[in-house]
Design a protein around this ligand. Structure first.
Ligand code: NBP
Length: 481
């Protein structure tokens, strides 16, 4: 038994994670893959790494010192269950099985329970940052028991991305907490990408600037409060010219966005929890809308507004600044909604999640890494139980600065017939939160009318029902909601 950590599954993510582990002082890494060829390729390509390779689960277990610790990096779903079953056969109580794949958190809860019954620790671990992150330092979101964290923590700290001197890993909470947070991270990523895409689209339509010119705008934005990985790569994508046609690459890419499902999970889970993540939902639906060419084809002739003037000079510059502010405000909403979902998930599943610590581990390694996350961390440090992130003083100030521009941009988008679903839904959410009175009172009246669902009053305790089909007097009722 020579290795202190093992990796099962040596496709792109697993082999990069294994290389990352092997490059850190003190680690000896056991590796195993179902088909031998991937193991052979890894050993051949990286002789410097001194892996301990095995070709059966038994030998893999024998190559690990106790407590045995293995990270599974295989295709999410049934393959993960299969590997867990095999490891449980060859591991012993006290050992640690870690799933670093993109598992649905409810699967992780189920697996953790089943594995725990054998005395083996099970850790569901979110890993963000793609291939490059896995190799150079990802953002890591482990769940699982405190006992597992004691062994695993130092190893993960050694391979995680570093942001402002701190490793981007924290013990998120028990069982499915890590995969839950990874899921919401991906949902926030969807919203952030959609907002950036809408900002680009608005600027292009309203000012007629070319993608290369808009790339300059994003590069400029990346020097300010919007500084982030996604803004940075947006500038690079917009600047790219297609070698074959000489056109901007963005103009030759088919406009149908793909998705692997984690955005949809975030929205489905939010619906179950009753948390309005409208920005993430709009971003997910925008991808769905884009991916129905047959519907879009027959819809092209639907009437739209008559043409609007193209802005230039100072007017264009002013418009771009308004878009920047609207983007920042909408982004605050999207992150606030995402963190709200994490808070609600923690309450539902009994996890103690430190939201400030979570925002800090998003600062490096992952796709949503951004300056902005420091502001979120500060907000939660100052007020750990903050009920709505966007009401933290810094964000209130930023939203106050942005809101006029935000309203103007959403109005112009509507008047110009330019779809901006994430911008406009974020603004509607903001105004919904602000509202003194919501028309929810009317909804309650309607519900009481057709279904005797009852309502509560602003001026006295109790539950009431109006006899709508009778003499329309009000009676006190059993609370049935
Ligand atoms: P894949 O998701 O493409 O999975 C391929 C690996 O799964 C291979 O090692 C394959 O072994 C193994 N495997 C399968 Br398929 N069925 C198996 C079984 N029944 N028993 C044992 N092994 C089995 O690999 P990936 O793209 O490296 O991703 C790994 C995990 O990391 C996934 O859960 C993914 O969602 C997650 N993730 C990916 C990214 C990313 O950017 N790609 C980011 C974050 C997380 P074989 O070689 O024998 O076929």
């Amino acid at each position: 038994a020579r290795a202190n950590i093992g990796v099962v599954g040596l496709a792109v993510m697993g082999s990069n994670l294994a290389r990352n582990l092997a490059s850190r002082e003190g680690n000896t890494v056991a590796v195993f893959n179902r088909s031998r060829s991937k193991t052979d390729e890894l050993l051949e390509a990286h002789p410097e790494a001194e892996f301990v390779a095995s070709f059966s689960y038994e030998d893999f277990a024998a190559s690990l010192s106790k407590p045995r610790t293995a990270i599974i990096m295989v295709k999410a779903g049934r393959p993960t269950d299969f590997v867990i079953d095999e490891l449980v056969k060859v591991f012993e109580p006290g050992d640690i099985i870690v799933d670093g794949g993109n598992a649905l958190f409810t699967d992780t809860i189920r697996r953790e329970k089943a594995v725990r019954d054998t005395g083996i620790n099970y850790v569901g671990m979110g890993v963000s940052g793609g291939e490059e992150g896995a190799l150079l330092g990802p953002s890591i979101m482990p769940g699982g028991s405190d006992e597992a964290w004691a062994t695993l923590g130092p190893i993960l700290k050694s391979i995680a991305a570093i942001a402002e001197g701190e490793p981007c890993v924290t013990h998120v909470g028990h069982d499915g907490a890590g995969h839950f947070v990874k899921m919401v991270h991906n949902g926030i990523e969807y919203a952030d990408m959609q907002l950036i895409a809408e900002a680009y689209d608005l600027i292009r339509h309203a000012t007629g600037k070319t993608p290369a010119e808009i790339a300059d705008v994003f590069a400029e934005w990346n020097r300010g409060e919007l500084e982030s990985y996604l803004i940075e790569i947006t500038a690079e994508v917009l600047r790219q010219v297609d070698a074959e046609t000489g056109k901007p690459l963005v103009d030759v890419i088919l406009d149908q966005a793909g998705a692997k499902g984690t955005g949809a999970w975030t929205v489905q889970t939010a619906l179950d929890l009753g948390v309005p993540v409208s920005g993430i939902a709009e971003a997910t639906f925008a991808r769905s809308l884009s991916s129905h060419p047959e519907q879009r084809e027959v819809s092209r002739e639907l009437p739209g507004p008559s043409g609007t003037d193209v802005l230039s000079g100072d007017d264009a510059d002013a418009f771009i600044e308004q878009v920047r502010l609207a983007l920042y405000a909408s982004k605050i909403v999207a992150y606030s909604q995402g963190f709200d979902e994490i808070r609600a998930g923690a309450a539902q599943y009994d996890w103690k999640i430190d939201l400030g610590a979570v925002s800090k581990i998003f600062r490096g390694g992952c796709i949503i890494r951004a300056q902005f996350l420091n502001r979120i961390a500060e907000a939660y440090d100052a007020q750990p139980e903050l009920p709505v992130l966007l009401t933290a003083p810094y964000f209130v100030e930023a939203l106050g600065r942005a809101q006029d521009s935000w309203r103007t941009i959403v109005s112009l988008a509507a008047a110009g017939g330019i779809p901006a679903p994430a911008f406009s839904s974020s603004l509607a959410y903001y105004d919904g939160l602000r509202a003194e009175r919501l028309p929810a009172a009317l909804i309650q009246g309607q519900r009481d009318f057709f279904g005797a669902h009852t309502y509560r009053r602003i001026d006295k305790e109790g539950t009431f029902h109006t006899l709508w089909s009778g003499d329309r007097t009000e009676i006190e009722a059993e609370d049935t909601h």
